[in-house]
Ligand binder design. Sequence first.
Ligand SMILES: NC(=O)c1ccc[n+]([C@@H]2O[C@H](COP(=O)([O-])OP(=O)(O)OC[C@H]3O[C@@H](n4cnc5c(N)ncnc54)[C@H](O)[C@@H]3O)[C@@H](O)[C@H]2O)c1
Length: 297
Amino acid sequence: MKLDDIRKICVTGAGQMGAQIAIQAALHGYEVTLHDIQAEALQKAVDGNRKHLERRVAKGKMSDDEVTAVFDRLHTTTSLEEACRDADFVIEAVVEILDVKKQVFEQLDRHCPPHTILATNSSYLGNSEIAPATGRPDKVVNMHFFYPPLVMKLVEVVKGEQTSDETLRLTAELASAIGKQPVILHKELSGFLVNRILRAISNEAYFLLENGVASFEDIDRACQLGLNHPMGPFMLGDFSGLDIGYEARLEKYRQSGDESMKPPAALERRVQRGDLGRKTGRGFYDYSTNPPTPTED
Ligand SMILES: NC(=O)c1ccc[n+]([C@@H]2O[C@H](COP(=O)([O-])OP(=O)(O)OC[C@H]3O[C@@H](n4cnc5c(N)ncnc54)[C@H](O)[C@@H]3O)[C@@H](O)[C@H]2O)c1
C-alpha cells in the first residue's frame, strides 16, 4: 500500500484525543468517520471542533467555506462496523483499558478490509499486547499523539513485535500528511520516548522537593530559565491533572512493591484534597489568580 491509497480514516473513541485527531485528519483532506459508543461524546466532539475552527476563522486563518468543507468530510456514528468497513486506516483512541482495546481491535479486524492498518493512540500499552486480538498483527502499530492533538506536533510511531516495516513507514507518512512530525521507535518500551524523559525529570523534581533542596516554584523556575522549558514539572503536572500522575505512580508502586516508587507526599496530599490542577482550579498553583500563585502544602 502507498500513502495515496489511504483515503478514508476511522477514529474510534471521541474523547479528548479522538475528537481532535479526527478533525486534524479532516483538515488535511481526509474523509474521516469518528466513532464512539456514546452519542453525547460525538456531539461534544463536533461542538468542540466547531469552536476550534470558528476561532481560526475569527483570526483570519480559515474561511467559512473551508470550515464547511472540513465538516463535510467529518462523519460520526455509534456503529463501529459502519465507521470502519471501508476505512484504509484506523486510529483507536478509546479508554486506556487493555481489555476494552482488545475488544475494539477484535471488532475492527472483523469489519475492516484486509489492507486496513490498525493504530492505537494508547499512552502506555504497546501494540504487541493488543495485536493478538487481530488476525493481522503485522498491520497493528502505535500512533501516539500528544494533547492537544490539534496543537502538538509530535507523533510517536512504535514498532511492535510483529509490526511490518511497511506499516511503520505508512503510519509515519500519514502522520506527516496530517501536519504532524513523526518519530519512530524501533522497540516497545513503557512510556515510549517523551513520557520516559518526562518521568525522569518529574522524579528528580520530586526528589529535590522532598529532600528540602528547593521549593517547587523555584524548581519550576529553574527548569524554565535554565532549560528553556515552557513550564516546570510541577506546573506541567497541574496542566495534565495531578490525579493522572498520581494513579500512574500508584500503579507502578503496587506492581513493584518498591517503596521508592510510592507517590510523593506533596502529590498525594493534593490529590486527596481534590486539588487536581488546572481542571479543579487548584493544584501546586492556585489558578484563580493571574498569574497563578504557589499553594501551601
Ligand atoms: N489525554 C491525553 O493527554 C492523552 C495523550 C495521549 C494519548 N492518550 C490516550 O488516548 C486514549 C484516549 O484518551 P482520552 O484522554 O481521549 O480519553 P477520554 O476519556 O477523553 O475519551 C475516551 C472515549 O472513548 C470512548 N469509549 C469507551 N469505550 C469505547 C469503545 N468500546 N468504543 C468506542 N469508544 C469507546 C468513551 O465514550 C470516550 O468518549 C487513551 O488510550 C489514552 O491513553 C491520551
